[in-house]
Design a protein around this ligand. Structure first.
Ligand SMILES: Cc1cc2nc3c(=O)[nH]c(=O)nc-3n(C[C@H](O)[C@H](O)[C@H](O)COP(=O)(O)OP(=O)(O)OC[C@H]3O[C@@H](n4cnc5c(N)ncnc54)[C@H](O)[C@@H]3O)c2cc1C
Ligand SMILES: NC(=O)c1ccc[n+]([C@@H]2O[C@H](COP(=O)([O-])OP(=O)(O)OC[C@H]3O[C@@H](n4cnc5c(N)ncnc54)[C@H](OP(=O)(O)O)[C@@H]3O)[C@@H](O)[C@H]2O)c1
Length: 450
């Protein structure tokens, strides 16, 4: 029997567990999927926007893996300095696969970045997704104009959530306080700003197009700004995804529909250089106009534009966090590996593996993690005969309990789900997420059947 710990229950962790139990190569593999949170599914629960119900429903596919007879979910177990050490974990299992994602945000490195009113997209996403570590509140209070820096899919999510009204948000599972705050939001103008051109934006066309369908919201693009991109005049040489983006933007530029009490402006070729204060908080963002350099990058022009904003979201990508006891490449924000096998000082570290964003970096949609996990599982199964020779305790959970850990098992998670359904019913909504550690842990420990 091979006992494997998977650390992290996001898509890469669940796809790894699935790959390990649905193969015919090694007869009996048992997998414990550990997560520091009492709830599974990683960014599918705590990142995917609440109004994207169809993508959220992927949780049902992930659920069937965690309910497999040879897979156990052990929530509320943090691997690292304040929890279970990587070294101890290694003693308890034949192999450990780290699937811990990329938990923090990248920084802009410009003056004024830390002014009140300037937030990372990560903080906003965590708040509207009810992540129990979210401490911030009041994002939109007193803000008329917002700037979102970056033109990736997270920037699109943040922009769209700022423009949504109560009618569209209430059917979602977003926490009640976030719903109330966004429903009362005074934000009327949102500018989403890219430092390069429209043909280099990272958002996908489906997500971009959705902005044009928001009720009571006008989308504005300036044809002259789009035309700074040489590919705008003739997009035929672009890859299909970029060409489609340019065509959607062209449609908005050529057929403006001025209507709605909210406005989203999509801006390009503007590089953030400073956040400017006003009355003790951010009041504007100063951008330098850029121009294409002909090699996919941009150069500054020395001309500047200040965009008024009482609210700024920096949506410039995520970043992996080092995990004590594991090697870490600080320049890439990932764990060095060879086909998923962790490398220590350039050599394979037996029994330690990675998958997902901590392996590849913070790019790719949920499905991208499936082949990534598959590669890691293939490496692990190749190593299995050697790994299985080492003695490990027969039941790692008993060993964890003996050390004072009390994981939230699947029944505990199901109790959280019931509590969220009951909260939703009491508020006249569907399911409403519990937003804090105390209510999650209280619910998890109430494991009586309904
Ligand atoms: C805001 C946002 C929205 C997105 N929306 C979409 C979308 O709509 N559609 C789409 O296809 N893709 C979307 N993505 C991309 C998708 O979410 C990622 O590709 C995917 O979640 C990465 O999977 P992962 O398992 O590597 O990491 P994660 O999903 O981040 O999972 C990591 C897990 O590890 C746990 N963990 C971390 N550290 C520890 C530790 N020390 N001990 C124990 N557990 C730990 C975390 O709690 C978490 O559960 C989105 C990404 C973001 C950031
Ligand atoms: N619905 C969905 O499918 C969905 C939703 C959300 C997220 N995701 C996925 O999750 C992953 C992460 O998304 P993301 O939006 O966080 O990252 P991303 O796709 O990497 O986009 C980051 C954006 O930030 C910009 N940027 C980086 N550094 C900057 C700086 N210093 N100044 C100004 N702009 C800067 C980038 O511009 P440059 O290109 O110029 O560097 C880019 O526009 C992506 O793969 C995404 O597709 C998918």
């Amino acid at each position: 029997m091979l006992q494997v710990a998977v650390v992290g229950s996001g898509p890469s962790g669940v796809y790894t567990a699935q790959g390990l139990v649905q193969q015919g190569q090694v007869p009996e593999v048992r997998v414990d999927v550990l997560d520091r949170l009492p709830c599974p599914y990683g960014l599918v629960r705590y990142g995917v926007a609440p109004d994207h119900e169809k993508i959220k429903s992927l949780q049902n596919n992930l659920r069937t893996v965690l309910e497999h007879e040879r897979v156990r979910f052990l929530g509320g177990v943090r691997v690292g300095p304040d929890g279970l050490s990587a070294a101890r974990l290694r003693e308890l299992y034949h192999a450990v696969v780290y699937c811990v994602g990329a938990a923090t945000d990248r920084h802009l490195g410009v003056p004024g970045e830390e002014l009140p009113g300037s937030w990372s997209a990560t903080e906003f996403v965590s708040w509207y997704s009810a992540h129990p570590d979210s401490l911030s509140d009041g994002f939109v209070v007193g803000a008329r104009a917002a700037v979102v820096i970056g033109v990736g899919n997270v920037a699109v999510d943040v922009t769209r959530m700022l423009a949504r009204g109560a009618a569209e948000l209430s059917p979602t599972d977003m926490p009640q306080a976030a719903l109330a705050a966004l429903a009362a939001s005074p934000v009327r103008e949102i500018q989403m700003v890219g430092r390069r051109g429209p043909s280099q934006a990272r958002f996908t066309t489906k997500e971009l197009r959705e902005l044009g369908g928001l009720p009571d919201t006008e989308v504005v693009v300036d044809p002259a700004e789009l035309a700074l991109d040489p590919a705008y005049a003739d997009p035929s040489g672009l890859p299909a995804a970029q060409r489609r983006n340019v065509e959607v933007l062209r449609g908005w530029a050529e057929n403006p529909h001025p209507s709605g009490t909210r406005r989203i402006r999509l801006r390009f070729f503007l590089r953030p250089v400073e956040l400017l204060p006003h009355a003790g908080r951010v009041g504007a963002v100063r951008f330098e106009r850029t121009l294409p350099d002909g090699r996919g990058g941009v150069t500054g022009t020395g001309r500047f534009e200040d965009i008024e904003a009482q609210l700024v979201f920096r949506s410039v990508g995520y970043r992996g966090v080092p995990l004590e006891g594991l090697p870490f490449d600080t320049s890439l924000g990932t764990v060095p590996h060879l086909a998923g096998r962790v490398l220590r000082d350039g050599s394979v570290s037996p029994g330690e593996y990675v998958a997902g964003w901590i392996k590849r970096g913070p790019t790719g949609v949920i499905g991208t993690n499936r082949p990534c996990a598959k590669e890691t599982v293939t490496s692990l199964l190749e190593d299995a005969p050697t790994l299985a020779r080492r003695d490990v305790p027969p039941d790692p959970l008993a060993a964890l309990r003996a050390e004072g850990l009390d994981p939230v098992e699947w029944e505990g998670w199901q109790a959280i789900e019931r509590a969220e359904a009951a909260l939703g019913a009491s508020l006249g909504r569907h399911v409403v997420k519990l937003p804090d550690w105390q209510s999650l842990m209280e619910a998890a420990r109430t494991t009586d059947a309904p």
